[in-house]
Design a protein around this ligand. Structure first.
Ligand code: HEC
Ligand code: HEC
Ligand code: HEC
Ligand code: HEC
Ligand code: HEC
Length: 139
């Protein structure tokens, strides 16, 4: 579950307005971390869309003005000694690992991401599955 203090963010609400994953997670095709846009990026779209200044949107604008990052609670977080890269999993849909995010108001851990989940898929797809594939010094 995640909820930044006082900002009730909903994936479902944005998906219903056809805002795509990549608009907020800009690294969808690229490097190891997916990344999430900052308050300025959020505020720009809300302004362009001409949304009314609700309390939640005012808080986002305020963070943007002050150049402050919004702090979100993490849903999935691997231990530091596991190496994972979104870029290496471009061909897999987000839903395979994250569930039906677009239909949720609150993101939750719908798919349990543990070693077995990772290894089973690697073995089924002839991807490398020796220990060092995911446990190494790269991270
Ligand atoms: C590409 C456009 C776009 C981007 C980028 C975007 N939003 Fe939105 N956001 C919208 C639209 C459109 C709505 C209104 C949805 C509706 O009609 O209910 C909305 C509504 C919201 C609301 C509900 C406001 C209220 O009080 O009803 C919150 C909170 C919100 N956005 C947070 C964010 C945050 C945080 C980010 C950045 C991580 C973000 N949005 C990025 C388009 C965007
Ligand atoms: C309007 C902006 C916006 C859109 C569009 C959006 N997200 Fe998000 N997403 C966020 C924000 C804000 C967070 C919380 C910040 C974070 O955890 O990095 C988040 C968090 C997540 C998380 C939890 C990350 C974690 O482990 O903590 C997942 C998974 C996710 N998004 C997947 C998706 C998928 C899949 C889509 C497309 C179906 C999508 N998002 C579309 C803004 C957005
Ligand atoms: C093969 C499984 C897998 C797929 C496919 C996947 N993710 Fe993730 N995602 C993860 C794991 C594992 C983490 C936690 C990574 C960590 O803690 O180092 C994560 C973390 C995240 C985060 C928070 C940390 C970050 O990297 O910014 C976001 C946001 C996210 N994913 C969004 C997405 C979106 C959007 C898609 C589809 C474009 C997607 N993910 C596809 C497994 C996956
Ligand atoms: C849905 C199937 C699937 C899941 C789930 C999955 N992977 Fe993968 N992974 C693959 C495939 C297929 C490749 C090979 C991609 C390629 O060669 O382009 C790969 C590649 C990788 C690589 C690069 C391997 C190399 O040869 O350099 C790493 C590291 C990795 N995965 C780690 C993980 C971890 C950690 C998890 C769990 C958090 C995970 N994967 C979950 C299918 C999956
Ligand atoms: C495809 C990726 C992948 C491969 C291959 C892999 N692991 Fe893991 N391993 C993980 C992930 C992801 C976690 C973290 C699980 C969690 O946080 O729940 C983990 C956790 C662990 C742990 C901590 C205890 C546990 O079960 O959570 C040990 C010990 C471990 N791995 C050893 C190994 C050994 C030994 C091998 C080789 C036989 C191996 N791993 C191969 C992904 C992998």
């Amino acid at each position: 579950m995640f909820a930044a203090a006082l900002i009730p963010f909903s994936h479902r609400q944005h998906a219903s307005r056809k805002v795509e994953c990549v608009s907020c997670h800009p690294n969808a095709g690229g490097g190891s971390r997916m990344g999430t846009i900052g308050a300025q990026g959020c505020a720009n779209c809300h302004r362009t869309a001409g949304l009314p200044a609700t309390p939640a949107l005012q808080r986002i604008d305020e963070s943007a003005r002050r150049g402050r990052a919004i702090r979100w609670e993490r849903v999935h977080e691997l231990p530091r000694w596991v190496w994972f890269s979104h870029g290496r999993h471009r061909k897999t849909t987000c839903a395979t690992c994250h569930g039906q995010v677009a239909q949720r108001d609150l993101a939750e851990e719908e798919v349990t991401i543990n070693m077995q989940f990772c290894r089973d898929c690697h073995l089924a797809n002839n991807a490398r599955a020796v220990c060092g594939t995911c446990h190494n010094e790269k991270k």
